[in-house]
Structure formats: structure tokens, C-alpha cells
Design a binder for this molecule. Structure first.
Ligand code: 4AD
Length: 454
């Protein structure tokens, strides 16, 4: 008896720590709880103090009601607080629950005059981008980060459910997979002052070659990690450090084996995000990028289209639109072309296949039966962004490869089978589903030329 009394007594005295999302769903209703977070609004009214506190677990903040005796001048917009009290049903609020505080502790002060965000003001993405250390405190960017985290889970789940093995491909490598010369070199000397690796080493531009190695033992593999490109571009869809999802599939017969995976991955991950982050996605679609939900609904409902590069060139050449870059056969498709093609296709994502052989990296498979010299390569173009994925069947025929690259040959010597793969730019995927114009607004700490803040 004595023991059970002391346990009950202990439970009553020690408040249960709750995430604000849990408190908002009424977990521990009527019980003594503790929440911790940052103040989003303060209102002092006669004998009461009302606070809204957010801890990043939800878009919504929890209302705290306290007697004026707990009021403290340090309870300001932006400061960190710990609140203890009883979780109750709320009489007035849209929110069904609120916390009646009996203890308020300011854990971290914040002078609202110095804080770059103003209470109840909606700041633009461009404005908040100037504060990389603080933009996670805004509704839009905290929603973005929750969506980004959930999309990562969704992508991993898709691959797990479809029998892919995740491979941790290296960040430091000695190859330039894409051959585009956009490498960041890793220059470290050992104690003797010699090159640490003995060979030139770089940050990876793609995990493809390592995935290809693994696809010689596992029929389906993928990797999802940071990749680095020293592009000088200041564009709205290029970063120097971005996350890429790459998959490699063995025993492929045609590009269709790959386009099916790309479309299924896109739709399955997006369905998951829409189901698990509805409130956060709505914030974007209603307030940040209004009108984009209709575009996304079309992408989700319709089967993606397929056209060849030659058909794409035909569409562009017949268009009355003036393009800055040429549109004759053999030219690389530029962002302006890609965006036009997607519009032409009614804003339905479109796979463009069979590019001129010379436009694609050495590993792309030669379409030998085709009169025009093309490669079995495919790009997926999506509304607002243009190229989201790039992939190809890989050249597995030794004799054809020999001329192209000596180092690649050993990959093909031992039980080599037809295979193919693709890479999807994760930030461009987030831009695509949310309608965000600038890639710098969908990554926590963007890196691009002349900028490496924090
Ligand atoms: O088309 P890319 O260059 O393909 C490859 O790297 C292949 N090795 C992938 C593979 O087959 N395993 O890049 C793939 C995708 C692009 O479609 C684009 O979405 C994204 O990666 N991407 C970038 N995203 C942001 N910033 C950059 N600088 C990017 N470069 C490519």
C-alpha cells in the first residue's frame, strides 16, 4: 500500500513532457504536463496572459493561459520557454485544447527588437533566406523542413517496399562519373606533405558508378545522399551541394523498366507526403504558392507522357515562342525548352527519351538500331522545374565501351547484364510538389557559388 501511494504521489508531482503536437491532439488531457518551445505570440489581457508556443513538431502552436502573476517582461516573441500546467479543453479557441499554466520559465531570452521576424507578419521566402540560422523559426520554413523529412522517409519506404537494397555510396571518390568536370577536389596532405590518397580525390558528383558495381550482385539498389557540383550557375534550380536519389536496376529490357520506377517513386512518395504532412503542404499551396495544388493534382492523376528527343525538337521548332537557345536536332535542351515542353503537354510530367548520343555521358547505351545516332537515355521533365530526373540504360557491351573509357571496363568483364538507372534531384522534387520557385528555399543551408553561409 505504502509503495503504491508513493508512486501515485510521484506521478502527480512530475509532469509528463509532451511535444506540442501531442498536446494539440489532447494526449494527457486533464493531467499535469510540461511543454517546451519558442513563443510565437504574447497577449496580456486584464488578469490573464495568453501565449502561443511552438516546438517545431507541428505547424500549430499551443495556447498557454496563465494568471497575470506569472507574467514576466522576458516573455517576448522569440524567447524560449518551459511551461508546466494542466492540459484542458479550450472554451473559445478553434483549437480544442490549451494548457493552463502554473509555472512559466524563460529558458532563453530574445529581444524582439533585434529579432528579424515580426509577430504575426508573413515574410517572403526571399526575406527569410537572409537569416539561415533563424528561418527555421518561421511557419513556412519549419513546414518545409517537416515535409523534407517526411519525403525522405517516403522515398526510403518506396524502395524498401519494392525490394531495393540501400547502398551507402562514398562521398569521397576518385572518379568524375558525369565527366562534366564540375568536381570539387579534396586536397589533403599527409604528414610527409604528400597527397593523402596518393591519387586525386573529389567530392562525388553521383553515386552511379558505385551503384553499378552493386547492381552486379543485387538486382535492385539505390542510394540517397549529398552530391556536389562546382557549377557556376546562379540559377533557381542548381546548387553546389544537393541531395540525389539514385537507383540502379539489373536485367532491364528497355527504358520503360526505368520510367515505371521513376513515375511510381514520384507518385508514391508524393501520396505519402500529402497524407502525412497535409497541414504543412496546405500552408504552401494556400499561402506561399497559391494555385499550385491544381498543378500537383494533375501530375498525380495523369499517367506521365513519353516523347522522344526528336519529337521534342519538332514541337520546339514549330512553336511560335522565341527561345534564347537554338532548337535544332543535336542541341541540348535548356530550361526554357524543358518548361515549354511541359506546358505544351498540359502540365503533365513528360519523359523525353533517346537523346543524341553525343549529348549524354559515356555510360549511356548506344541505340545502335536507330538511324539517328542516339543513346537510350531519358529525362523526366516536370512543371515549374524542368528536368527532375536523368537516367539511361547503361552500355554493357565491352567492345563498344572499350573505345570510350578504359577504367569502366572491369565493371563489365564479369557476368555483365543489361542494366539501367536514374538520379532524381531531391530539392527539385520538393520544388515540384510545393511549387517553390527557388531551389535555395527547399534546403536547410544552401551552398552555391560565392555563398557558403554557416
Ligand atoms: O542528370 P544528372 O546529372 O544525372 C546523374 O548524375 C546520373 N549519374 C544519375 C544516375 O543515372 N544515377 O543528375 C540527376 C538529377 C537531375 O535530373 C537534377 O534533378 C538533379 O540531379 N541535379 C541537381 N539538382 C540541384 N543542383 C544541381 N547542381 C543539380 N545537378 C543535377
Amino acid at each position: 500500500q505504502a509503495v503504491s501511494f508513493s508512486i501515485r504521489h510521484y506521478c502527480r508531482k512530475t509532469p509528463t513532457k509532451l511535444r506540442i503536437s501531442e498536446a494539440l491532439s489532447g494526449a494527457k488531457l486533464g493531467e499535469n504536463v510540461k511543454v517546451q518551445g519558442w513563443i510565437r505570440s504574447v497577449r496580456r489581457q486584464k488578469s490573464n496572459l495568453f501565449l502561443h508556443v511552438n516546438d517545431g513538431s507541428s505547424l500549430q502552436s499551443l495556447q498557454i493561459v496563465a494568471g497575470s502573476q506569472l507574467s514576466d517582461p522576458l516573455l517576448t516573441f522569440g524567447s524560449a520557454v518551459e511551461v508546466t500546467g494542466v492540459l484542458k479543453e479550450s472554451p473559445h479557441q478553434k483549437q480544442p485544447f490549451e494548457l493552463e499554466a502554473d509555472q512559466l520559465h524563460v529558458a532563453g531570452e530574445c529581444n524582439p527588437m533585434d529579432f528579424p521576424f515580426k509577430i504575426k507578419e508573413r515574410h517572403s521566402l526571399e526575406y527569410i533566406r537572409q537569416f539561415p540560422h533563424l528561418r527555421c523559426r518561421t511557419n513556412a520554413f519549419s513546414s518545409l523542413l517537416r515535409i523534407r523529412s517526411e519525403a525522405t522517409t517516403a522515398i526510403n519506404s518506396y524502395f524498401k517496399e519494392n525490394g531495393f537494397v540501400q547502398i551507402h555510396t562514398p562521398v569521397i571518390t576518385s572518379n568524375d562519373c558525369e565527366g562534366a568536370g564540375e568536381l570539387f577536389q579534396v586536397e589533403v596532405k599527409n604528414e610527409e606533405g604528400e597527397n593523402f590518397f596518393s591519387v586525386p580525390a573529389f567530392l562525388t558528383v553521383s553515386g552511379q558508378l558505385h551503384l553499378e558495381v552493386m547492381s552486379g550482385a543485387f538486382t535492385r539498389v539505390y542510394t540517397f545522399g549529398p552530391t556536389f557540383r562546382a557549377e557556376n550557375s546562379q540559377s533557381r534550380r542548381h546548387l553546389a551541394e544537393f541531395y540525389m536519389v539514385e537507383a540502379e536496376v539489373s536485367f532491364t529490357q528497355s527504358l520503360e523498366d526505368l520510367t515505371k520506377v521513376m513515375e511510381d517513386l514520384f507518385k508514391s512518395a508524393t501520396e505519402h507526403v500529402l497524407a502525412h504532412c497535409a497541414e504543412d503542404v496546405d500552408l504552401f499551396h494556400k499561402h506561399v504558392t497559391p494555385g499550385h495544388r491544381d498543378t500537383l493534382d494533375v501530375m498525380m492523376k495523369r499517367r506521365f507522357l513519353v516523347i522522344t528527343y526528336s519529337e521534342a525538337i519538332d514541337i520546339l521548332s514549330r512553336s511560335s515562342q522565341k527561345f534564347a537557345f537554338p532548337t535544332n536536332w543535336g542541341c541540348d535542351l535548356q530550361t526554357e525548352h524543358e518548361k515549354y515542353l511541359v506546358k505544351h503537354c498540359g502540365n503533365i510530367p513528360v519523359f523525353v527519351t533517346d537523346y543524341p548520343y553525343d549529348l549524354k555521358p559515356f555510360y549511356a547505351r548506344d541505340n545502335q538500331d536507330n538511324p539517328a545516332h542516339t543513346a537510350a537515355a531519358v529525362d523526366l521533365l516536370v512543371p515549374g522545374v524542368g528536368e527532375l530526373c536523368g537516367g539511361s540504360l547503361r552500355e554493357e557491351r565491352l567492345d563498344l565501351l572499350r573505345a570510350r573509357l578504359e577504367e569502366y571496363l572491369d565493371l563489365r568483364r564479369f557476368g555483365s547484364v543489361p542494366h539501367g538507372g536514374f538520379g532524381l534531384g531531391f530539392e527539385r522534387y520538393l520544388q515540384c510538389i510545393l511549387g517553390v520557385d527557388n531551389i535555395k528555399d527547399v534546403i536547410p543551408f544552401p551552398r552555391f557559388s560565392n555563398s557558403c553561409l554557416l
